[in-house]
Design a protein around this ligand. Structure first.
Ligand code: ADP
Ligand code: MG
Length: 575
């Protein structure tokens, strides 16, 4: 490997030449305590910036092995350093642009409120590596070699020194970060043995700053969460020790209350409790079963051979619902498909909010049952399936229901929100059921079965290079001529997850979609490979820079597959 000193000479020697001369600096360079790799050189000053990696071996980085022996510790350490380096690089930006296009712009993937496994920082047994990008400086189309040398051999090593060497970072803050994630993982891992599907610690701050910000709401009006006494439960965490809060048991739980009293906010916090959150987020001790899936209606989505029979049958003109296909699902059929797909991929908790559900999917009341006979109503509403889901498939539900009292009858637990305070209204609800007449007839038609897993069909010629794959923001992936719309996949939280998803779909088609493996098997295989590192799905050469991916769950991988408009499956019953 050449030395960083030699790189400096190279950069100085191309000063004033055409931009293409930068191509010559691609490669790896050693500087003793760190190595720098220029993996990709941008074609011009306006193109996406060049991709670099910097690696520091642990004999120089000094990070104690204890911090990253386990997955939780490693992810926390990576996340901590990514945040530090993000701040550091940001502070390095000159107030005004030094050159043309993205000249001199240094950046690394940005972390949000969640602590996710990412490719921005990689910690292995041997080294820590940062993946970032740099706009190689130019004036017009002319190389600014001196500036480039200054950045690569001055500014960047300076930043690495501050963020990638244990001795220079705040040891207490790092330890607190690692401890927090270990406690969160411990808590999530303990839910099951305590018979719970979710836990909301006392003192949690659930509301967010605004509809477009994921930061906590601040100010005197914020009401911290406090568990109703009957539901209060204690955990002893490995680091933090004793912690108390509301335990949501398995079964069917309703969140009721007046409009604007905090129902959806509680559910949304629970929905995000599948992820670990940073200290100060307010939801760091809101922990949910990792397989939980938010279910909502999503009219307009495509559905590929999903058995929605448990919820919908007898469609007009005898359309098949055991292998239901549509290019344009309705509110209720899309919600049914979302549930059946979540079950196919393996979930033990469904989360539904009346705000984002189709009314006719949720309920058909006694009067409507009399007016429209069952044989002319294809929908078996969720109210008549929610108990079967639990008794037959052990799938719990948490539902926000402010509008329909009929639901009280199917609930094991009723949490009432009033002025953002939770109380246990279960006995009150039972008393009301006993003292009021019931007009409804239960419409459930037999036991809830598990859908047979569908088998995706390979695309002729593979999906690889011929297809242009691009993630756009959080919600869109374009896949060749195809669009995947993820706007209604509520538990996808980070654009870096979307970028990873785009590559995961391609990788899955290349490696595992063979016309025999089922969708859940394919997802499982991909996740197994990713356990070795998210880099495996990168389209770049091995060991090269994929620095802006974050790990999605299997449920979101399946959700992306299911929303691929060109997905074709051979379902058992498909004609
Ligand atoms: P609902 O679903 O019951 O209609 P929301 O959960 O949407 O109500 O909450 C209504 C408003 O109250 C939102 O603006 C939300 O940010 C705010 N809010 C929710 N919980 C709290 C709380 N604990 N403290 C202060 N404001 C809150
Ligand atoms: Mg609401």
């Amino acid at each position: 490997m050449e030395t960083v000193q030699a790189l400096r000479q190279k950069l100085l020697s191309i000063d004033g030449k055409g931009y293409g001369a930068y191509k010559g600096v691609q490669g790896g360079y050693n500087s003793g305590w760190f190595q720098i790799f220029i993996d990709h050189v941008q074609a011009d000053p306006f193109a996406p910036p060049s991709r670099l990696r910097a690696r520091v071996e642990h004999r120089f980085s000094g990070f104690p092995r204890e911090l990253f022996v386990d997955r939780a510790g490693r992810v926390a350490l990576q996340d901590f350093v990514a945040r530090e380096l993000y701040r550091q690089l940001k502070s390095q930006q000159p107030a005004e642009r030094a050159g043309t296009g993205k000249s001199g712009v240094l950046s690394i993937d940005r972390c949000g409120q969640e602590i996710l496994e990412r490719t921005a920082i990689l910690v292995t047994a041997d080294f820590i590596e940062a993946r970032f990008s740099l706009g190689l400086p130019a004036r017009g189309r002319t190389v600014q070699g001196k500036e480039a040398a200054g950045l690569i051999t001055g500014t960047i090593p300076g930043s690495l020194e501050k963020c990638l060497l244990y001795k220079n970072i705040s040891k207490d803050d790092l330890k607190a970060h690692v401890d927090l994630v270990r406690d969160q993982e411990f808590l999530r891992g303990s839910l099951e043995e305590r018979g719970l599907v979710a836990f909301v610690a006392n003192g949690s701050i659930l509301p967010r700053e605004s509809g477009i910000s994921d930061r906590p709401l601040k100010g005197k009006t914020v009401v911290p969460f406090l568990s109703p006494p009957d539901l209060e439960i204690e955990f002893t965490l490995p680091v933090r020790g004793r912690i108390a809060g509301m335990g949501v048991p398995r079964g069917v739980t309703l969140i009721v209350g007046g409009g604007y009293h905090g129902k959806s906010t509680l559910l949304r916090a629970i929905e995000r409790g599948i992820y670990n959150h940073i200290a100060g987020d307010g939801r760091e001790m809101v922990i949910t079963d990792g397989s939980a899936v938010k279910i909502r209606s999503e009219d307009g989505r495509r559905v590929e051979s999903v058995d929605i029979g448990p919820f919908i049958n007898n469609l007009p003109f005898g359309q098949d619902t055991s292998s239901f296909c549509t290019e344009n699902a309705s509110g209720s059929t899309s919600q049914a498909a979302n549930i059946m797909e979540a079950i196919e991929c393996g979930t033990s908790l469904l989360l539904l909010d009346e705000d984002t559900s189709a009314t006719n999917f949720m309920i058909r009341d006694g009067r409507m049952q009399r007016l429209v006979a069952k044989e002319y109503e294809p929908i078996t509403p969720f109210i008549d399936r929610v108990r079967d889901l639990y008794s037959d498939l052990k799938i719990s539900s948490i539902l926000v229901v402010g509008g329909s009292g009929d639901y009280l009858k199917v609930a094991d637990l009723v949490i009432k929100m009033q002025e953002y305070r939770a109380s246990d209204a279960t006995s009150e609800a039972r008393a009301i059921i006993d003292s009021t007449p019931d007009f409804r007839v239960v419409e459930s038609t037999g036991a809830m079965g598990r859908p047979s897993p569908r088998v995706p069909i390979p695309v002729r010629g593979g999906r690889e290079d011929r297809v242009r794959i691009k993630a756009r923001g959080l919600e869109q992936i374009s896949f060749g001529g195809d669009e995947i719309n993820l706007a209604y996949v509520d538990q996808l939280v980070d654009p870096s997850q979307t970028r990873a998803l785009a590559q995961i779909i391609r990788y899955a088609y290349d490696c595992y979609v063979d016309g025999r493996r089922s969708l859940p098997e394919i997802v499982e295989r991909v996740l197994q490979d990713i356990r070795e590192g998210l880099d495996v799905v990168s389209p770049y050469a091995r060991g090269s820079h994929p620095g802006d991916y974050a790990l999605p769950r299997g449920q979101e991988i399946a959700a992306a597959f299911n929303r691929l408009r060109s997905l074709r499956v051979c379902a058992p019953g498909k004609k």
